[in-house]
Every structure is written in C-alpha cells, then in structure tokens.
Write a protein that binds this ligand. Sequence first.
Ligand SMILES: Cc1cc2nc3c(=O)[nH]c(=O)nc-3n(C[C@H](O)[C@H](O)[C@H](O)COP(=O)(O)OP(=O)(O)OC[C@H]3O[C@@H](n4cnc5c(N)ncnc54)[C@H](O)[C@@H]3O)c2cc1C
Length: 262
Amino acid sequence: MKIIVCMKQVPAGTKVDIDPETGSMKRLSGETRTNPYDLFALEAALQLREKLGGSVTVLTMGPPQAEEMMKDAYTMGADDAIILSDRKFAGADVLATSYALSQGIQAAGGADLIICGKQTTDGDTAQVGPAIAEHLGIPHAAWVAEIVDADQDSIQVRQDLVSVSQTSKIPYPCLITVDKDMCVPRLPSYILQKESQDRPVKIMTFDDMLDHNLSRYGLVGSPTAVERMFAPPEIEKQVYFEGDAQKKTEDLFNVLVKKKVI
Ligand SMILES: Cc1cc2nc3c(=O)[nH]c(=O)nc-3n(C[C@H](O)[C@H](O)[C@H](O)COP(=O)(O)OP(=O)(O)OC[C@H]3O[C@@H](n4cnc5c(N)ncnc54)[C@H](O)[C@@H]3O)c2cc1C
C-alpha cells in the first residue's frame, strides 16, 4: 500500500503578504508552518500504514526551505519526502499547482492512495486535492470526516457535507481530502528525529516531470488573474428579532421602512 500525502508550507500567522502589483501571494516571506489540515492528512496516512502496511511519502511543491516541514514529517513517521522545486513552478494558481503535483506523483511512481488536507490556511480554495485527482483521472472524495474502513483494495469514507452525510467505498487508486478533527495528529518522536536526521529529502525539478509542456506549469500555466485586492466593507451588525411571528414581522417591517427598502 503506497500512500502519498500532499503537504503545504503556509505563513505561521494569519497575515498573508500580497504583492500589490501582481496580486500574487508572497506566502513564504515570513515565518512558516505546516498547513494545519495537512497534519490530519499525515496522521490518517500513518494510521492506515499501521493497519495495512506499506509506505507513506510526503510531497510538497514549494521553495527548498520546505525541507524543514518535510523533516518534521519524518519525525512523525513519514518514510520518504519529496519537494517539487523549480522556478518554472513559481506563481502557480490552483490549476498549475495541482497539475505539477499530479506530475510529481506520477514521477514518484504513483500511489494507491493520495491524501490531502481539506484546505489551506493561506490560499484556502480547497480545490487542489480534487484537481489533482482530475488530472490523474482517479476517483476522489473531499471533506472526509472519517475513514470508516480500509483494506488492500478500497477505502470507505464518510463525508460531512453542508446538509448531508455520505459514506462511500472507493477503490484504489483514489484521492481523499480530510477535514480537521478526523483524528489526532501525533507529536513528533525524539527517536524518529534521531533515526531520520540524515535521511535526505528528494528534490524534483521540472526536468523530472513526465510532461515537459511549459505552458502547464507556474505563472504561464495559470489562467487565474487577480484584478484587484481589497478589504471587504464591514458588514452591518446583525439584528435578531424576538417574540412571536406577528411581532417579528412587525419589527422587520419597521426596519425595512426605516431603511427605505419598502
Ligand atoms: C493568480 C494567482 C497567482 C498566484 N501566485 C502565487 C505565487 O506567485 N506564489 C505562491 O506561492 N502562490 C501563488 N498563488 C497561490 C497558489 O495558487 C495557491 O496557494 C495554490 O494554488 C494552492 O491552493 P490553495 O492554497 O488554495 O490550496 P487548497 O486547495 O486549499 O489546499 C488543499 C490541500 O491541497 C494540498 N496542497 C495545496 N497546495 C499544495 C502545495 N503547494 N504542495 C503540496 N500540497 C498542496 C494540501 O494537502 C492542502 O491541504 C497564486 C494564486 C493565484 C490565484
């Protein structure tokens, strides 16, 4: 059973620097940490390896300083780590990021199961996981709240969607994105830190990709254009109406009249 976990380095705080000229995120200009959702993805993968055997590889696309995050993944129990790092990957939107990651997965020999976090705390689109699956042409389930069961052929997952809870059995190869609180990420192990301190982190570049069509990667392969960045206007304080239906209706009516809506 080969599992690949996609992990992203994000800014440590909530502040994301934006280049006002290009609208691009200058994500890694300050202190960084592992995207919190990806720790749940890694823990889920480690638990599956304990149950089914096999290996867990962590994969990221980012600058070489992502090595620190990958070393942290070793101290939790990951077997291998790969960074996709090349200037040709820079400036990628969701489409180009997910394409490069799908290429990296193929260049690494593929996987039975790919696990991503549900979303990141910087880009926050929650689209990269499903987009990787689409590029690879494999089934996926997003927003997984629980891994109900897994064997050597398939995984059974529960997704808690906005108004419905759904349980599906998906054959490998497949991809899932996991929600927070679906497990408790383990703490780094001192023993694993000692054991893995000399274990290298593999760097893959554009040259290692199977598809060398430059128009699919980085800024060139990114159709998204940020036209304008602005702070949204403050939303007016919410008003709650109390009382029975008659009173609530009258109060609402009075507010609408006062605001000249009616
Ligand atoms: C026009 C435009 C320009 C941009 N320019 C830049 C830029 O110049 N520099 C820059 O850094 N960003 C840039 N971005 C942001 C970048 O595209 C997103 O950060 C990226 O697409 C990932 O999306 P997300 O953070 O929303 O991931 P989500 O879809 O929210 O992430 C879900 C999961 O996918 C996986 N994942 C996501 N990203 C990675 C990754 N890189 N490696 C491994 N796993 C991952 C993780 O498991 C994560 O939990 C730009 C975005 C746009 C729209």
